[in-house]
Design a protein around this ligand. Structure first.
Ligand SMILES: *[C@@H]1O[C@H](CO)[C@@H](O)[C@H](O)[C@H]1NC(C)=O
Ligand SMILES: *[C@@H]1O[C@H](CO)[C@@H](O)[C@H](O)[C@H]1NC(C)=O
Ligand SMILES: *[C@@H]1O[C@H](CO)[C@@H](O)[C@H](O)[C@H]1NC(C)=O
Ligand SMILES: *[C@@H]1O[C@H](CO)[C@@H](O)[C@H](O)[C@H]1NC(C)=O
Ligand SMILES: *[C@@H]1O[C@H](CO)[C@@H](O)[C@H](O)[C@H]1NC(C)=O
Ligand SMILES: *[C@@H]1O[C@H](CO)[C@@H](O)[C@H](O)[C@H]1NC(C)=O
Ligand SMILES: *[C@@H]1O[C@H](CO)[C@@H](O)[C@H](O)[C@H]1NC(C)=O
Length: 410
């Protein structure tokens, strides 16, 4: 609770300060236009309808019966607190949430419509995706089978036991990495992307970077670096991993527990190797390979991944790439050569399960929410339609923008 209150206080204060600044700026601009206009004197008052309604909204959020010198928070936010309740699924609530909520409802209506084949493909795909996403019944009926099939395509998850077809001697982390990137879009250990060269914005280049942590999906680097300060989080994390594995068919056994401990240990090592700053190193593939003792063929990895997009894409060994943190790449490739395959395969599999598990059953979402709750202290998971709208909006932003504009600007 203490956390939520703290967030509310800071957020409200920030919103309030921003609002006051905007009012001051608008007032100053208003004043300067008045002063440069010759003619009858206009009183320097807020009189336009927009200004009046903004002023009233601001006033309604205050509690003017409180002395600001005595309790500024109660004075500045008392009105807001009296007229709004913090929703069960949120850590904070402010004006932006209200606007956001309005947009979400409008997206929900558009996506739920029955579009015809004469409508844009992009719109019908987004709508189909939404309808599949909120179809809890079908999702629960299919269970975790689609996730297990995906794990088997990328090289299986050893923690699940023999059935997965994992073969210790055949496993190669480079092959597995490529499959993860192509099939599951999850990027364990390393991340590659295309974006502008920050030293020459006219050129796009392939960037090799560290994968980013997403909030609510696992623990953070800072937790792994100070495990003793976050014992509760670690307990929750191990539980989350164990329950996920059991749900997918793992046995409740000593081996399973050892596997989980090894994953956590491996993640801790990765976090320790992520402590260097992010640098910019522009090198050829040839030099990049040398940097990692020629133990990895980065050009081959790149070509195999991008071939999926277009058969004709072929990098050459003197093509330049940007390595954002060369120390990380050097140290982690070394770590990968000394870590048992089973541990690597288990870690890769866990990353996939963590990213995609909540797209399966309600049971899975509940497990994930229990873990998420440790950090956020929210009381309720977001409703399915909201998480579906949010996820489609982040994956297909242009389609949703189109729908919104069509609905509101015609
Ligand atoms: C304003 O503050 C006073 C004194 O603390 C309190 O009694 C009153 O309920 C508050 N009003 C609102 C609308 O919050
Ligand atoms: C969003 O807000 C606008 C303006 O206040 C209102 O007209 C509209 O009905 C709202 N839409 C939804 C879906 O709540
Ligand atoms: C869309 O079509 C389905 C099946 O044909 C029907 O059950 C549903 O009520 C329709 N929805 C709307 C919003 O028209
Ligand atoms: C694993 O792969 C090796 C080499 O391909 C093969 O000889 C071995 O039989 C396989 N092991 C299992 C358990 O399938
Ligand atoms: C290139 O990468 C693919 C996929 O990882 C692998 O199967 C192949 O053996 C690699 N080829 C070379 C020359 O390294
Ligand atoms: C990683 O590698 C760099 C250079 O190879 C080395 O200086 C550094 O100490 C290593 N970092 C860790 C945490 O091992
Ligand atoms: C693949 O790339 C080539 C060369 O850039 C381009 O001409 C071609 O249209 C691309 N093909 C597809 C299917 O995008």
């Amino acid at each position: 609770m203490a956390h939520r209150h703290y967030f509310r206080v800071t957020l409200l204060s920030i919103s309030l300060i921003a609002f006051i600044l905007i009012v001051i700026i608008l007032y100053a601009r208003h004043k300067s236009t008045i002063q440069t206009t010759p003619g009858p004197t206009v009183p320097l008052l807020c009189q336009s309808p927009v200004c009046i309604s903004a002023g009233m909204a601001l006033k309604a959020n205050l509690n003017e019966s409180v002395d600001p010198c005595h309790d500024f928070y109660a004075f500045a936010c008392g009105g807001w607190e009296a007229s709004h309740t913090l929703p069960d699924d949120k850590m904070w609530y402010n004006n932006f949430n209200i606007l956001d909520d309005n947009v979400s409802h409008s997206m929900r209506m558009s996506l739920s419509k029955n579009w015809s084949t004469s409508d844009s493909n992009a719109v019908t795909y987004a709508s189909d995706l939404y309808k599949a996403c909120i179809d809890e019944e079908t999702r629960n009926a299919r269970g975790v089978t689609p996730l297990i099939e995906m794990l088997n395509t990328v090289g299986s998850w050893p923690i699940l036991g023999q059935s997965g077809g994992y073969n210790e001697t055949e496993f190669d982390w480079k092959d597995a990495f490529v499959k993860h990137v192509i099939i599951s879009k999850s990027s364990p250990v390393f991340a590659l992307s295309v974006s502008g060269d920050s030293m020459n914005s006219l050129v796009n280049r392939i960037h090799f970077s560290r994968p980013t942590d997403f909030r609510g999906s696992g623990l953070h680097r800072s937790h792994f670096l100070n495990p003793h300060d976050y014992i509760n989080y670690f307990r929750g994390y191990v539980k989350y991993m164990l329950q996920s594995a059991l749900l997918l068919g793992a046995e409740y056994s000593t081996q399973t527990k050892i596997d989980i401990d090894n994953i956590v240990e491996f993640e801790t090592k990765l976090a320790q190797l992520s402590q260097t700053g992010v640098f910019y190193e522009k090198v050829s593939f040839k030099m990049f390979n040398e940097m990692t003792d020629n133990s990895v063929d980065w050009m081959n990895i790149t070509n195999t991944v991008y071939k999926e997009l277009n058969e004709t894409i072929r990098m050459k060994s003197d093509d330049l790439v940007i390595v954002e943190d060369n120390c990380y790449y050097m140290n982690v490739t070394q770590l990968l050569t000394t870590t048992p395959n089973r541990v690597i395969a288990n870690y890769f599999g866990w990353k996939l399960v963590m990213n995609l598990g909540s797209h399966t059953t309600k049971q899975f979402r509940d497990i994930r929410f229990k873990f998420y709750q440790l950090f956020t202290e929210v009381e309720k998971d977001v409703e399915l339609w909201r998480s579906c709208t949010a996820s489609i909006s982040s994956q297909l932003p242009y389609v949703l923008s189109l729908l919104y504009v069509d609905q509101h600007f015609t």
